[in-house]
Design a protein around this ligand. Structure first.
Ligand code: CDP
Length: 430
């Protein structure tokens, strides 16, 4: 599987981060702020009271640093020797020293390798100075953004930051290794006179021209949920479970901004307890479709579960009729929840997935939303029937948005397995 990289380069305060973050949200990519990586290394150097211009000492310290890069939702994360330096990265001392540190070739080599590692896992939009020229020179998706120096200076001081933008630019442009340049094939975008949404619209236009597979069904504003009212019986369950989750389990939702609220979505979640389906249902304000064990459709369940849009599933054997029902509902525009593991976990760990989810995803061709539940196994452990007041957290991951060609490539037995694997990796990464 190859992932796409969008490279956004430009001088300080040109609007790279805002653009990259918005593109990540709208297109379902991970946004990587490479400048934060150079800032994090600079933070560590200053914290250890090493002079950033003492290159030898910097390199020695660099060799001892454990740099861990990852992402939560659509945003990149960084830890140095286990500490997250994010709160300190925009301090004046870092602004004043980061260009000195980032000019050291050994620092660049180490960070460029980590930046490239992201592309092994996910689609990325990465912003920096050398992303289109050095980190991903072969990507066709490159934008160089700029703005008048006076506009850029104004943006930084408007943010209350002490930062000599022009000095940093001069240093970044004139250094020997990977200077700030307009990369081959990059399209220039001047943001001096544009609003944020103007910049985003222009960038999406450029990406379209560069051949980026803009997902047709990807909602441009994924947080808009169409106001279709719930039927009273669905609402009753939705409201009662939601209130119980908040009061009993202090329900916490992380990554809500990743949630696709409009159009068909295949939600793929780990499965911990009976609490899970309404837990996911409570992420939305409109109805959705679930699956429930066939054996529950007796007595009052025979009437109630269909009212809650539950489709019976036979867990004893691969149930092709329920898979077909899932695909049909997705094609009709529903959001459908699937637990790829099929069964609830016994020990809180994620179990092996059955390949059914890959097949459903490949055949339905809709956005896939990975979700991970924590704590529901403690709140209502499998087999115990006893509720305890454990905290439940739900993490919503960035959606997996595939182009029609990619869906096609997954449309065979091996493809179903590969797509299942990809979905499970995305859930486990949360
Ligand atoms: O946010 P701003 O544009 O001010 O800067 P940043 O993206 O946080 O980057 C801070 C500094 O890191 C830059 O001034 C460069 O010296 C360095 N940097 C780099 O050398 N290469 C990159 N790909 C990204 C940042």
């Amino acid at each position: 599987m190859t992932f796409h990289a969008i490279a956004i380069d430009g001088p300080a305060a040109s609007g790279k981060s805002t653009l990259a973050k918005t593109l990540a949200e709208r297109l379902g990519l991970v946004m990587v702020n490479s400048g934060a990586m150079y800032r994090a290394v600079t933070w560590k150097i200053l914290r250890e009271e090493i002079d950033p211009s003492d290159t030898e000492s910097v390199i020695r310290l660099l060799d001892e640093m454990d740099i861990q890069c990852g992402h939560v939702g659509s945003l990149s994360t960084i830890r140095i020797n286990g500490t997250d330096p994010t709160p300190f990265l925009r301090e004046p001392e870092i602004n004043a020293n980061v260009s000195t540190v980032s000019a050291i070739p050994q620092v660049r080599d180490r960070l460029v390798a980590l930046q490239r590692d992201y592309l092994k896992l996910t689609h990325v939009v990465m912003e920096g100075r050398d992303i289109g020229s050095v980190v991903f020179p072969n990507t066709p998706f490159k934008i160089y953004i700029d703005a008048d120096p006076s506009v850029r200076d104004g943006r930084r001081s408007g943010d209350g930051e002490i930062d000599s933008v022009s000095q940093r630019d001069a240093a970044d442009r004139s250094r020997k290794t990977a200077p700030l340049v307009v990369a081959d094939g990059a399209t220039k975008l001047d943001t001096s006179a544009l609003t944020i949404s103007g910049v985003v619209d222009a960038a999406i236009g450029i990406l379209g021209q560069q051949g980026f597979p803009l997902p047709k069904q990807a909602p441009l504003l994924p947080n808009e949920e169409p106001p279709t009212p719930m039927r009273w019986i669905y609402w009753l369950g939705w409201m009662s479970f939601g209130a119980a989750y908040r009061t009993l389990f202090g329900l916490r939702i992380i990554g809500d901004e990743n949630l696709i609220k409009a159009g068909p979505v295949l939600i793929a979640s780990n499965h911990q307890s009976f609490l899970d389906p309404p837990l996911i249902g409570n992420l939305y304000k409109t109805e959705m479709v679930y699956f429930a064990r066939k054996s529950l459709f007796t007595g009052i369940g025979k009437w109630l579960y269909p009212q809650w849009n539950a489709i019976p599933i036979d867990q004893e054997k691969p149930d092709t009729s329920s898979m077909k029902a899932a695909i049909r509902h997705l094609k009709e525009g529903w959001r459908v929840l699937i637990f790829p593991e099929g069964q609830r976990t016994l020990d809180g760990e994620i179990c092996e997935a059955a390949p059914g989810i890959g097949m459903i995803a490949a055949k339905a061709g809709v956005p896939i939303q990975p979700v991970r539940i924590f704590g529901a196994d403690k709140a209502l452990p499998r087999g115990s029937g006893k509720i305890s007041m454990a905290r439940i957290t739900v993490i919503v991951g960035p959606p997996i948005l595939l182009s029609p060609e990619e869906f096609k490539a997954y449309s065979n037995k091996e493809g179903y397995l590969a797509l299942t694997e990809r979905i499970m990796t995305a859930i486990k990464a949360l």
